[in-house]
Structures are given as structure tokens and as C-alpha cells.
Design a binder for this molecule. Sequence first.
Ligand code: ATP
Ligand code: MG
Length: 227
Amino acid sequence: MSKKNLIIDVKNVSRYYGKEHSLVKALENVSMQVYEKSFLTITGPSGSGKSTLLNILGFLIGPTKGEVFFEGKKMMYDDYDKMAGFRHEKIGIIFQSFNLIPVLTAKENVLVPLIIQKDITEKEKENRAQVLLEAVGLKNQADQYPAELSGGEKQRVAIARALICNPAVVLADEPTANLDTKSAEEVLKVMRDLNEKSETAFIFSTHDPRVIQYAKEKLELKDGRVV
Ligand SMILES: Nc1ncnc2c1ncn2[C@@H]1O[C@H](COP(=O)(O)OP(=O)(O)OP(=O)(O)O)[C@@H](O)[C@H]1O
Ligand SMILES: [Mg+2]
């Protein structure tokens, strides 16, 4: 088997919140790698640093100590505009509570990240949205509003939206937390399927044994350290 390409290299990262007597060491000396086509779960008790790590991987917050390399480049978290551009181009984020825009249809929601993209024609945008909605099993729901969709369907719209810019990495913080068993299964199958068909790496934080069962790689945190 050929060696997969390294996408993210996290080196000795610590992340602290607050200071002095209220200092919280959310992550302490964490090193981890993410390769192409990963399907990685981050598990651990509440407060172990899962969301903090995902937020660092998504360039939403920077580390207090240590370094993160993305596709071989050292990430400069202080350069806010650059990091935002990077996030837009390389990262898709799926939220626990879906975060769909209620006044837009499923298809329009999927298209939101492409609004600022000037180098693709409207036709190509439509095309991509169509293909993705089909891939997540929502071809016939494209014109429905979020209020007219089930939880699982909303999450699948969010998955299509996360993938519309062809990200290298999709991040999801507890993606099945608000879903019933059947919807969670559907959502997981869709993600595994998309993961098989592309080079995109999927990374989840989760407490959900059903999600962990689908994992190809696992990372466990305890008190901010890798177990
Ligand atoms: N913005 C913040 N300011 C201060 N402390 C924070 C902040 N965010 C997280 N923390 C603290 O950092 C630690 C790790 O939190 P984090 O949210 O990363 O854990 P988690 O593993 O995602 O937990 P959960 O399973 O409950 O979602 C916790 O002690 C938390 O209280
Ligand atoms: Mg969390």
C-alpha cells in the first residue's frame, strides 16, 4: 500500500485559557497527524480538550505553545485574514446544531460558501450543489427549507455545504449529538461513503459509540493529553 500524504502535523501543542489562578490547561503537549482519507475520531471525557483541538485544527483558535503544519506549511494563527482564507479553501466544518440559514432552501444553504468565490461560474456552482445533494441523498429535498427537513436531513445538508469547496479536511464537533439512532446511522454512512470516494479527511469529536465504530483511526484525550 502506498503511503498516504500527510495533511496536518500537530507538534507539541498546548492550549491554555485564562491566566494565573484561573488558568485552564485544556491541551498539554499534544502531537498528532492527519493523513489524506483519514476517518479519525477524537474521544475522551467532557472537558478533556476535544473541542479545543478541533478548533485549533479548524484555525478558529491558535495554540498557546507548539506548532501546527498544514500541507507542510507552518500555520501563523496571528494572521487572522490569512487563516480565514485558508479555512475557507481547505476546511469544511459541520456543527452539532447544523447552523443552516432558515430563510434559504437546502440547495441555497449548500451554496453559501461559494458566494464569495469569483473563479467559478454560476452554472458550475449549481452543478456542484446538485451533485453533493444527490451524494447525501437529498436530491428531492433541494428546494425545501430547513424547517421542512428532519434532523438527519439538516445534518446532511450541512455535510454537503462543508464539502462544496472541496476541502482537504472536514471537521465535525459531535455531529450525531442531536440525532436519533436512525438519522445518526444515515449521516455516518453518508460521511464514510464520501470519505471512500475522495481524498478528504474526516475528523470528529464524539462520545457516540456508533461514530467510533466507523473510525479508521482513533485519538483519545484525557485531561488535555493524548492517552
Ligand atoms: N473559551 C474558553 N475559556 C475558558 N476555558 C475554556 C474555554 N473553552 C474550553 N475551556 C476549558 O478547557 C477545557 C477543555 O474544554 P473542551 O471544550 O475542549 O472539552 P471537550 O472535550 O470538548 O468537552 P465536551 O465533551 O464537554 O464537549 C475545559 O476545562 C473547559 O472548561
Ligand atoms: Mg466539546
